[in-house]
Design a protein. Sequence first.
Length: 258
Amino acid sequence: MTKKSAGRFVYWSERLVEEVIDSNGIRVDPRLKSIVKVGAGGAGVELSGHERSKVTRFEVMRKVSKKLGGDPLSELDAPGPLHFVQGQGRADVTEFQRRGPGADQDHLQEACVVHVLTTSRRGSRVDLCLFGSLGNLTGYTAPEEPSPGWTSSAAPAIEELVASRGARIPHSYDDETVAVEALRTALHHGAHGEPSGPGRAGTRAYTVAGIESCQYAAVVYKDVTLTPGRWDFRHEPAMSGAERILVGAPLWLRAIGS
């Protein structure tokens, strides 16, 4: 591995990664002897602590990427729906707060949202809006008090979409509407004043990290292509040109060169 490709994991979802491995029959390391347990939930593969320690997260990432990944840019041109996406680019991570300051602390600072703006091989804009747990971020401790900033009134609808893995959205929304609100949240959550600025994460109250060169992978719950002419983003420069929005959850984020 070259120094340029060296990196560190800043986000890792053990639960989702193991689910993807199990659901797709991925053999992470042929040296390992799996222990099959049958319980109330059915059969599953469990590795002992000693066996698990032989496999690094980097090795797991490579195995999963090879098994499920084709050409990431070309796949973004496919009609979909996509269920898995990976790539490399800039990722902005912010806290995802359902309610503003003064609200019940049980609903605050438990989740994060990751935004990645990428382009398909044909040149189409694709936005990834990935909702995960703050507990999966390496070295991050949520502050005791929330910072003031814009929070979306659509946050409960986004939560329902993510919690149901795309199966449910409130009756007042359709797929495009909730996807647009997810993108608006990913771009502007925590901004001061009206969310009409450029959406730079560094200017927002809930910013956790801006990763310039990030290897990422995610499961996709909603893959939405916006209907031409339906949406007017003239007063939201950061959303101008939005075309395809993928809403899901991150498997991992790996900062390259750090």
